[in-house]
Design a protein around this ligand. Structure first.
Ligand SMILES: [Ca+2]
Length: 291
């Protein structure tokens, strides 16, 4: 992969976010170990396909990094999506490069799936903020992600700039799971949230986990056992009633159960909103309680 000069991103949450992974057992206590620093707001960490120690790190500002053997000294840029993204705010933003997932047969097809915040598409309501994209890119060995190879898989218009979630993962079933925030604002109300909000509205993709088959159809097909594959809601929906899923993973111990979680701080005055709501869901219980 081609080495690139350091990329200076705008300041989002902090000037120099660090990536802390792993833990050490010190006298029975867990401890964090600094692996790599100097990110703006790292949003995703996955292993390079076929390896366990080569790391790929997405920084929310739009840059994708690679670390050979998890060694910070080897860090190189392997993707730069900033030219495709909406212009981010200085200081704070929930938009950006929010999700990545390598195709299960990456060694053959070199496909990388990316969730990012794009400028609002023409057909979006005028008052909306932006459009979330799930796109497929080809990764060329020496040059990293080829932006010209983009194939847009899914577009979802976002009424507000916040609550975009965007985490993605391929399940053991080979399907691509995509987590979607409820649209934004607060309490699932306001412009674009309808009378009963988006979380419980199965006619919108906002506030859901989606499940699609990117190996069939163009740009995808619907797995026949999705809950609304035969009507009653949008067929991409796999789980609903969610606010802004923070992560999306598949456990190794229990096979194919996807799980996602988000937790807020304990009540400390101010925002009762973030202190009251916790999200954790697993497959098997698909309707959830958010509003
Ligand atoms: Ca939003």
């Amino acid at each position: 992969m081609k080495k690139s000069a350091n990329v200076s991103g705008i300041s989002l949450l902090s000037a120099a976010a660090c990536l802390m992974i792993g833990w050490q057992d010190v006298a029975g206590q867990a401890a964090l170990e600094l692996v790599s620093g100097g990110y703006v707001s790292p949003s995703n960490l996955v292993s390079w396909p076929g390896t366990s120690k080569d790391l790929v790190i997405a920084d929310q500002v739009g840059v994708l990094y690679y670390l050979k053997n998890g060694d910070a000294k080897t860090r190189m840029v392997v993707g730069d999506f900033r030219s495709l993204m909406v212009k981010l705010n200085e200081g704070f933003d929930e938009r950006g490069l929010l999700g990545i997932a390598f195709h299960p047969r990456f060694s053959e097809n070199k496909y990388l799936y990316v969730y990012y915040s794009a400028p609002k598409r023409e057909s979006a309501p005028a008052e909306y903020d932006h459009t979330s994209h799930v796109s497929r890119f080809v990764v060329n060995g020496d040059d990293g992600v080829d932006l010209d190879s983009e194939k847009v898989i899914l577009q979802v218009d976002e009424p507000q700039s916040n609550h975009n979630s965007g985490r993605m993962a391929f399940g053991p079933d080979g399907y691509l799971y995509i987590s979607m925030g409820d649209g934004g604002a607060g309490n699932d109300t306001g412009l674009g949230h309808g009378e009963n909000g988006n979380g419980q509205n199965t006619q919108t993709l906002l506030g859901k986990v989606l499940r699609i088959d990117v190996d069939q159809g163009d740009p995808y097909s619907i797995p026949s056992d999705n809950p609304f594959a035969n009507g009653g809601g949008l067929p991409e929906i796999y789980a609903w009633g969610l606010r802004n899923p923070w992560g999306l993973s598949f456990g190794s111990g229990r096979g194919s159960s996807p799980f996602s979680g988000r937790c807020g701080p304990k009540p400390v005055g101010g925002s009762q909103y973030h202190s009251q709501w916790w999200e954790l869901w697993m497959a098997g219980s698909r309707g959830h309680d958010w509003i």
